[in-house]
Design a protein around this ligand. Structure first.
Ligand code: MN
Length: 730
């Protein structure tokens, strides 16, 4: 890959002739003619005809000995984006493979990269791979970028810096992962030239100054090694190893080292015919010079994840300085320079074309890209290959161009909670690529997601727990439900309870002893006092329930006499009503009293209940949270009652419930079926729907006890599109 040379189309086509058959060279030629025609009216910023660019891109790909479709796509890569020719036309005039490659490159061109922290860069690289689908698309894109970097001087400075930065953060690492060191180094060095020209030229000049001295010394080492190798009849190609400007710059910047400390490290590379020779040469080097401990690395036995193989060692060289030595075969050397490309260089005629294994290689290389990890050894790497991480991910954009990685199947809610839990909690809708979508829309790689929020939102709905894919979103939603206005609710709840205590004519301080409070919150299964008040605050439990418990002892003391007196009076005035109505309820201490269950709150066994002494009609039994018994001034007439527990399952009690949900076809039927499945009798049912498509179903059902009721309610809640089920008071 000669940097400075501008290739003619003939030169590019001649290159392909070296490894392609006539038919395939014909395809490449046709692609060139086609591109020249398409771009004929266009010019680059440099003033040159536009076609020069695709010619160079195709040339780089031909240098890598890429397959005919890839080289052809190199010629055609800007045609769809920059001329009036459609992808369909390309497919018609060439074939679907070429069209697919051109399409891939065009799509990658649309990804907007914004300089960000390392994680963002990593996500962009992954998105690139995910979107490219075919690794050859990335190779074309790299060739495209390489030529653009070579001609960057024609652009305004601001653009130069932006493109150079993107190259350094996205393209050079991709080249590295594909093992194409040649492209990687050139991309890095050129980027540095535009990003930090002072340092770049300083290093270049320092290298120049030292060159003569270095070359002399290296020559000495090379001669020495050659002599020793010829003694044992090993043929080797020995050379000083070029150092790259960017790698020197990085070491200086990262390790805070002086130029001399890095550049003076001498390095030679020995390329031999066979692996056996590699180890033989290593033995000779180690005999000739003293190896430095801990510096020997066997990347032949343990290749790097990007397929790199070599022996590395450092010895104390002839002048007492450290001398780095790399030993490898020619094949390993090619892979070190050309990486992926070397691996499947398209050699026709050598072996039969193997389109099948080609596909296999593609998927394998994709995995390499995914699992590249500098520190992983080959064993770990092979292990990691077994897991298909990537197909489980989607990469999507924020409107500002940040990329987020989410599990596939994620919906806009996952996205909004990934950004911030506050955004998540206030989400009311989402736009994908400018269009409104429903909250169950499955995100696709490349989507631009805009979340619509409202400060008036009441927060997530219970349904979101089913839609969300990420545990992060689910946890945040659950947290919301728990923490929902917690502080506020604690305060409010405390006030409500105190007010209630006062209303019962007790002294707040006397009642709210820490001992009494503890007794009560434990009774209601709260773990701390604040939880109890918070529950009152958001109406999870009524202030009266808490206050009644808090005051129960005092109240009982105060009321006992009154109640008993009144009850006896009641009994005496109603001597004729001796029969006990079978309500399954027992009044403490009194047997022959008329008892009936109130219709307003329809208590069932298991509910907390209280008796209410009525004038002339005995005792009516209410749920203890029924608004009628909580009304002011009735306390004196309440009397403790309890369920006759052994008879729970024999009787049936009427309960009214109200179900609301999204009004869709079949909803009522499903509800009726669900109730039926629980072997519950329905005595009445009615339904209506409002403008917002919210359906309300009212139902009277016959219930044995509270757990029976819970079972029915739970079953109804399992039906999709049900928003709420509640027990109602008449
Ligand atoms: Mn281009």
């Amino acid at each position: 890959m000669a940097k400075d040379q501008v290739l003619t189309p003939e030169q590019v086509i001649d290159k392909t002739r070296e490894y392609l058959n006539d038919e395939h060279v014909g395809l490449v030629e046709k692609a060139y003619e086609y591109a020249r025609e398409a771009h004929s009216e266009q010019y680059r910023k440099s003033g040159e005809p536009y076609i020069i660019h695709p010619i160079q891109v195709a040339g780089i790909l031909a240098d890598l000995e890429m397959d005919p479709a890839t080289v052809a796509a190199g010629f055609l890569h800007d045609v769809v984006e920059d001329t009036g020719i459609s992808l369909q036309q390309i497919e018609k005039d060439f074939n679907s493979e070429v069209a697919m490659l051109v399409d891939g490159v065009t799509k990658l061109g649309k990804i907007k990269y914004k300089s960000q922290e390392e994680q963002q860069a990593e996500n962009h690289r992954k998105m690139f791979v995910a979107m490219a689908r075919d690794i050859r698309v990335i190779l074309i894109k790299l060739a495209d970028r390489l030529h653009n970097m070579r001609t960057l001087k024609h652009l305004p400075q601001e653009k130069q810096r932006r493109i150079a930065n993107e190259t350094l953060e996205i393209f050079a690492p991709l080249a590295h992962r594909l093992g194409i060191s040649k492209i990687k180094w050139e991309l890095e060095d050129t980027s540095l030239r535009y990003l930090n020209p002072q340092q770049y030229y300083r290093i270049v000049n320092l290298m120049k100054k030292k060159r003569a001295e270095r070359e002399e010394y290296l020559e000495e080492v090379v001669d020495d090694v050659k002599d020793h190798l010829s003694d044992v009849k090993i043929i080797a190609d020995i050379s000083g190893r070029p150092k790259h400007i960017y790698s020197i710059y990085r070491k200086m910047a990262l390790q805070n080292k002086q130029f001399n400390e890095i550049y003076d490290l001498l390095a030679v590379r020995i390329v031999v015919d066979s692996i056996k020779d590699c180890y033989a040469v290593l033995g000779i080097i180690h005999t000739r010079w003293k190896p430095m401990p801990g510096r020997f690395k066997d990347y032949i036995a343990m290749p790097k994840p990007n397929m790199y193989q070599s022996l590395h060692t450092t010895v104390i060289g002839p002048k007492g300085d450290p001398l780095e030595v790399q030993i490898r075969t020619l094949e390993m050397h090619e892979i070190a320079e050309y990486g992926v490309a070397a691996h499947w260089a398209y050699k026709e005629g050598k072996e039969a074309n193997e389109p099948v294994s080609f596909d296999k290689k593609l998927s394998w290389f994709r995995e390499i890209l995914e699992f590249q990890n500098e520190s992983a050894n080959a064993e770990e790497f092979m292990e990691s290959l077994k897991i298909d991480l990537f197909s489980d991910m989607v990469f999507v954009f924020t409107p500002k161009g940040d990329v987020l990685e989410l599990p596939s199947g994620s919906v806009p809610i996952d996205f909004s909670y990934r950004i911030h839990s506050e955004i998540g909690n206030k989400t009311i809708g989402a736009k994908v690529n400018g269009k409104m979508v429903t909250l169950d829309y499955k995100l696709k790689t490349g989507d631009i997601i805009e979340i619509l929020t409202s400060k008036h939102s009441y927060g997530p709905s219970q349904d979101w727990l089913k839609l969300a894919q990420t545990s992060q979103a689910k946890n945040k939603i659950r947290q919301f439900f728990k923490k929902q206005r917690r502080e506020e609710n604690i305060e409010k709840g405390r006030e409500m309870v105190e007010k209630e205590i006062k209303a019962q004519d007790f002294d707040v301080k006397e009642i709210l002893t820490s001992e009494n409070i503890k007794r009560v919150f434990e009774k209601f299964n709260f773990s701390i006092e604040d939880d109890m008040y918070a529950a009152v605050g958001y109406n999870g439990i009524t202030a009266a329930q808490i206050a009644n418990r808090l005051t129960e002892k005092e109240r009982r003391k105060r009321e006992q006499e009154d109640i008993l007196e009144e009850t006896v009076k009641e009994l005496n005035s109603q001597p004729q009503k001796r029969k006990k109505k079978d309500a399954g309820v027992h009044v403490e201490g009194i047997d022959n009293l008329l008892i009936r269950l109130s219709r307003c709150c329809s208590p069932v066994p298991g509910d907390e209940i209280v008796g209410f002494i009525t004038k002339g009609r005995g005792v009516s039994v209410h749920r203890s949270d029924c608004t009628n018994v909580l009304a002011e001034g009735v306390e004196q007439r309440l009397i403790p009652v309890s369920w006759e527990s052994d008879r729970y399952d024999q009787k049936e009690y009427n309960v009214d419930i109200e179900i609301s949900g999204y009004d869709r076809r079949g909803l009522l039927n499903e509800v009726l079926q669900a109730v039926n499945e629980t072997k519950t009798n329905i005595s009445a049912v009615s339904g209506k729907s409002d403008r917002n498509k919210v359906a309300t179903i009212n139902m009277s059902i016959s219930i044995h006890n509270i757990s029976h009721l819970h079972k029915v309610v739970e079953r109804i809640k399992q039906i999709s599109d049900i928003y709420a089920v509640r027990r109602i008071m008449n």
